[in-house]
Design a protein around this ligand. Structure first.
Ligand code: AMP
Length: 115
């Protein structure tokens, strides 16, 4: 059994996080190294390493995660000015934690293209 990821440890309550949303399927908490005034990570409680690990069985879960993101964007006043949802995947994508997570970034004008 591989070691638990840091996000699984947060889900299991082994390490603290600044949680902003919690339900039976997912957890959202503030990124420890924020890249924007609002930087929230939304993660499924189910252990999925990345988007590459999604299957047909996860269709409803992904929809749920995205609706939670939209809800948080509204709750944190990002919806009107705009925001970005990022899912870094694999080495070239810059993924550093092997537990699927959606970055919700907002509160400033974001540049494009990313580096
Ligand atoms: P990624 O590089 O896309 O895999 O994103 C992983 C993110 O997790 C980074 O933005 C980190 O700052 C963030 N992170 C790592 N450890 C923690 C933690 N204990 N609590 C909150 N965010 C974390």
């Amino acid at each position: 059994m591989p070691d638990k990821t840091i996000f699984k440890r947060i889900i299991d309550g082994e390490i603290p996080a600044d949680v902003v949303y919690d339900d039976e399927l997912c957890l959202a908490f503030r990124d420890i190294n924020p890249q924007a005034p609002t930087h929230i990570l939304v993660i499924p409680k189910k252990e999925i390493a990345s988007v590459n690990g999604l299957t047909d069985a996860d269709q409803a879960l992904v929809g749920h995660l995205y609706l939670v993101i939209v809800r948080l964007a509204k709750d944190y006043d990002l919806a009107a000015t705009g925001y970005r949802v990022v899912v870094n995947t694999g080495t070239h994508g810059g993924q550093t934690v092997d537990h699927l997570h959606f970055h919700l970034l907002g509160g400033r004008s974001l540049q494009w293209p990313p580096g």
